[in-house]
Design a protein around this ligand. Structure first.
Ligand code: G3P
Ligand code: CA
Length: 375
C-alpha cells in the first residue's frame, strides 16, 4: 500500500472513530451509535444534476448515465422559459452552462438582474422561448476541475422537464427498475415575481405524467419554504426542505421573516418542517462540520433531530475531486485530482444519513455494494 493510500486508510479509520467517540455537547451529540454504518439496505442515491462528474450537468446524457450507473433518483433543477416551459438548469442564468455567449443573435439579451438580491450578469432562461433555448448547447460548468467533461461541450441540448420524465420512464422500462425523479424548484420567489410561478407547472407536469400519486418515486425539493407549504396542499408525493450552511430562505428574506436556515435545522425547526415535508436536504457541512483546516469534526445533532421528527436526511453534494472533499480524504493538493469519496460517504453513512446527492453515482453505488458485502 502506498503511503498516500495508507494515510487515507488511517484518516478514514480515524474519522470513523471520531464519529463514534466525540463527546456529547448541546449542539454536537454523536449519532453514529444509533445507525451502524452500512446497516440499511434502502439507502437513497440521487444522481445530482445527473452524473455531473462525467457529463455536463442537466443534460439527458448526464441523467441517463446516472441511471445506468445505478442511481435511485436523478435530480433536475427546474427553471422556466419565457413561454412557461420548465427546463433543467441549476439557475436562470445560462452563460455558465451553455454556449449562449457564442450566439451573436442573442448578444443583446445579456443583462444584469437581481437574483435573490445578488446582482447577476448574463443571459436568463425567462428571456428565451423554448424554441430559442433549444438552439443552444450545454457546456461544462467547471472546466478547470472537470476538463474531461469539456469533450462533451456543444453536444447536448437544454432538456425540458418533460424530456427528463420521458427519459426516466424509458430507462425504467429498459433497466427493469423504477428510477425516481427528484426535481427542485429553483428561485421560486424570483420567478413568481415575474409572473412565471414554477409550482403550477410542476404540479401540472406531475399530474399529466401520472406521477402525483402516493407511491410514485418522486421527491420535490426547494430551498424556499413558502412554496413547499403550498405544494404540500396539492402534491401527493413527498417533499424535501433544502437548507444551506449559512443564510436564510429567500422567501423569508423577501417577506421580512427573520428565520434562518440555522433555525430550520434546529430540533424545533425540524419538527415544523415535518408538518409539510418528509425529508430535509442539508449542506453536508450541517451534518458533519469541518474545522478551519477542512478536517471533519464530530457530527451535529441534525440527523438525530430529523429522525426524531420523522424526516429522512439527504445531504448534498458528494463529489470525488479533492476540492470538494474534507481534508481527511484528499489525495493531494491538486483540486481536480480524485480523493477518497468512498471514505467520505462511509463517514456520513456512520452519521446516519438516509441518502445523498452525488455527482459520482458509480462511486456511491460501489460503496454501498462493498458495505453490503461486509454486513
Ligand atoms: O438539491 C440538492 C442540491 O442540489 C442543492 O444544491 O445548488 O446543487 O442545487 P444545488
Ligand atoms: Ca439541486
Amino acid at each position: 500500500m502506498s503511503s498516500k493510500l495508507l494515510r487515507m486508510a488511517v484518516t478514514t479509520a480515524a474519522a470513523l472513530a471520531l464519529v463514534g467517540a466525540a463527546p456529547a455537547t448541546a449542539d454536537r451529540t454523536p449519532v453514529a451509535t444509533t445507525t451502524a454504518y452500512g446497516g440499511g439496505d434502502d439507502f437513497t442515491i440521487v444522481g445530482h444534476r445527473g452524473a455531473s462528474g462525467y457529463r455536463p450537468e442537466h443534460t439527458l446524457a448526464s441523467y441517463e448515465l446516472a441511471a445506468r450507473m445505478g442511481a435511485d433518483y436523478v435530480e433536475p433543477d427546474l427553471v422556466t422559459t419565457k413561454d412557461g416551459v420548465l427546463v433543467a438548469r441549476h439557475e436562470p442564468e445560462i452563460g455558465g452552462t451553455t454556449d449562449v455567449a457564442d450566439h451573436p443573435e442573442f448578444a443583446s439579451r445579456k443583462t444584469t438582474k437581481s437574483l435573490d438580491g445578488v446582482a447577476t450578469t448574463g443571459w436568463f432562461t425567462e428571456d428565451f422561448t423554448l424554441t430559442e433555448l433549444k438552439t443552444l448547447r450545454a457546456n461544462e460548468r467547471i472546466p478547470d476541475v472537470r476538463q474531461h467533461n469539456t469533450i462533451y461541450d456543444g453536444r447536448y441540448e437544454v432538456p425540458t422537464f418533460q424530456e427528463v420524465i420521458d427519459l426516466v420512464k424509458r430507462l425504467s422500462r429498459e433497466l427493469h427498475r423504477d428510477i425516481g425523479i427528484y426535481p427542485e424548484t429553483k428561485h421560486p420567489t424570483y420567478f413568481r415575481k415575474q409572473g412565471l410561478a414554477l409550482e403550477p407547472k410542476v404540479l401540472d407536469a406531475l399530474n399529466r405524467n401520472g406521477l402525483n400519486r402516493p407511491g410514485a418515486k418522486v421527491y420535490v425539493q426547494s430551498f424556499e419554504v413558502t412554496n413547499l407549504i403550498e405544494l404540500h396542499r396539492k402534491l401527493r408525493v413527498p417533499l424535501v426542505q433544502l437548507t444551506s450552511a449559512t443564510g436564510a430562505p429567500f422567501d423569508f428574506v423577501d417577506s421580512g421573516d427573520p428565520r434562518t436556515y440555522a433555525d430550520i435545522v434546529s430540533a424545533a425547526g425540524l419538527r415544523d418542517v415535518a408538518k409539510y415535508a418528509k425529508g430535509v436536504g442539508p449542506d453536508k457541512n450541517q451534518v458533519i462540520p469541518r474545522d478551519s483546516a477542512g478536517f471533519l469534526l464530530a457530527p451535529t445533532t441534525l440527523v438525530r433531530d430529523a429522525h426524531r421528527a420523522g424526516l429522512v436526511v439527504h445531504p448534498y453534494t458528494f463529489r470525488a475531486e479533492n476540492t470538494f472533499l474534507p481534508a481527511d480524504f484528499r489525495s493531494s493538493a491538486i483540486p481536480a485530482e480524485y480523493g477518497d469519496l468512498f471514505a467520505e460517504i462511509a463517514a456520513f453513512r456512520a452519521a446516519g444519513v438516509d441518502g445523498l446527492f452525488t455527482d459520482n453515482t458509480d462511486i456511491a453505488v460501489a460503496q454501498e455494494q462493498l458495505a453490503a458485502a461486509h454486513r
